[in-house]
Design a protein around this ligand. Structure first.
Ligand code: FES
Length: 112
């Protein structure tokens, strides 16, 4: 992951995203899953594509907490990924890209 975004993509107003859930936005040809983890008062962005069977599904995944670590579980086969690092939390080789998120003037921006 590149921690230095070159572009802040203005995704949508915060009201477009469910609390404690995710929604998908498009940036060029890329699908990005954006999560509003209300319980932690945090926002996360990841690839929407699950690396397991390449389903565009992670925005519909269940978010939660694994020993204090925010995570998303793919709705297909429940592969679970850290929302902070993108690593698979079951120790498998799959991982996803994660992107920085900032909130400004009621809008969600994603660092690309
Ligand atoms: S496609 Fe996501 S876990 Fe299989």
């Amino acid at each position: 992951m590149n921690n230095q975004p070159t572009t802040w993509f203005k995704a949508a107003p915060i009201s477009a995203f469910p609390e404690n859930g995710g929604a998908c936005v498009k940036y060029n040809d890329k699908q990005i899953a954006v999560f509003h983890f209300k319980q932690l008062d945090k926002w996360y962005a990841t690839d929407n594509e699950c690396p397991h069977k390449h389903q565009m599904a992670l925005s519909r995944g269940m978010i939660g907490d694994q020993q204090g670590h925010p995570k998303v579980a793919c709705p297909f086969h429940k592969k679970t990924f850290s929302l902070e690092t993108g690593l698979n939390l079951q120790g498998e080789d799959y991982c996803i890209n994660v992107y920085p998120v900032k909130i400004e003037d009621g809008f969600v921006f994603i660092g690309i």
